[in-house]
Design a protein around this ligand. Structure first.
Ligand code: TXA
Ligand code: MG
Length: 322
């Protein structure tokens, strides 16, 4: 098994060469690290599914370096997508569009739609510009683990299956992109993420609905349990009451903000001392990873205020605990 230090690189040429040979490279983005492969190579795409133990039914996101590349992968581009791209790209918004013929159904898990975004990370944008093909990249973790927000998280999750990791530091946003689709011309959020519903509504000038994943299968990766630490994880509305249920247990707590209860705790993290939802979002996975490494019996978490990206944080906390 290769050591961490042998896998972490900063050389874009080495990354480009590896990808051109149909091998995988973990790449930094502003949201989380991605496990990247040539989007036009079925052989390379197979390696993603193997490395992650990802179900073949869960499609991948295509990463481009600018909006002008979009017609290569998508057949029709609605006006609303032009608006959103002008406002949010490069950035953490993924749009789901009718796929072009160049996109294999291996990327889309058999669907005729493709998910696409332009990530906002200088290194990865430079890498994409140097390649003759776009990259598909799911989060660079084993399926159902917490997504990685630094190179060490990638290595810890993929271990002996870890590919080269392009070191772009710590992901600034800290949770995945927001995914939006336009079925029947109705903008619908398939996954809450680093861009809030409110921010999207402000740009579109119209209200946007949230997909109900209990009744639809439009975003197959959105099953209830996801993004979970190994330690039993419970998100709760009344932390004080919940704490009483675990006498003599080794408990960890993830506080949203400063809380007098922290004084009684041996193991805890505070997502944002000032109660800022953006800061809390950037810290979320890092702190979940940290608590998960402490060999605790249970991790309890408070919910964030349900507005702006607070709703995205709560989405992840709820999925981690179901
Ligand atoms: O921030 C991100 O989006 C990160 C970085 C690396 O870009 N990527 C990421 O990929 O989170 P992944 O594979 O962990 O999540 C992709 C999600 C899945 O929930 C999948 O169901 C959805 O995108 N998706 C992909 N193609 C889709 C499609 N055609 N229709 C609906 N949902 C789709
Ligand atoms: Mg993922």
């Amino acid at each position: 098994m290769k050591k961490y230090s042998e896998l972490v690189i900063t050389d874009l040429k080495a990354a480009a060469k590896t990808l051109s040979n149909d091998d995988l490279v973990a790449i930094p983005t502003e949201t989380v690290y991605g496990l990247a492969a040539n989007a036009f190579s079925e052989n390379a795409i197979d390696k993603i599914y193997q490395t992650k133990n990802r179900p073949q039914t869960n499609p991948l996101i295509v990463h481009l370096h600018n909006f002008e590349q979009l017609p290569k992968v998508a057949k029709t581009i609605p006006k609303q997508v032009e608006l959103l791209a002008a406002h949010f790209w490069p950035g953490p918004l993924t749009v789901v569009l009718e796929k072009s013929d160049a996109i294999s159904t291996k990327v889309t898990a058999g669907k005729n739609t493709v998910a696409v975004r332009v990530p906002n990370h200088e290194l990865t944008l430079a890498l994409l510009r140097s390649l003759a093909f776009p990259l598909v990249a799911p989060s660079a973790n084993k399926s159902n683990h917490i997504s990685p927000t630094c190179p060490q998280h990638v290595f810890n999750s993929l271990k002996e299956d870890s590919p080269l990791i392009l070191d772009g530091g710590i992901c600034s946003k800290g949770i995945e992109s927001t995914i939006i689709g336009f079925e029947n011309h109705k903008p619908t959020i398939y996954r809450l993420g680093s861009i809030s519903k409110e921010a999207i509504e402000a740009v579109l000038g119209t209200s946007v609905q949230l997909a109900n994943h209990e009744v639809s299968s439009i975003a197959p990766g959105m099953q209830k349990k996801h993004y979970a630490p190994r330690t039993p994880f419970i998100s709760c509305t009344n932390l004080q009451e919940e704490l009483k249920k675990y006498p003599n247990k080794k408990i960890g707590v993830l506080f949203f903000t400063e809380n007098p209860l922290a004084k009684q705790m041996l193991h805890y993290r505070i997502l944002s001392s000032s109660g800022c939802v953006e800061e809390a979002m950037a810290n979320l996975y890092k702190m979940m990873h940290e608590l998960d490494e402490l060999e605790l019996d249970v991790i309890l978490s408070e919910l964030a205020p349900e507005k702006g990206v607070g709703a995205s944080i709560n989405d992840r906390l709820t999925r981690a605990s179901s």
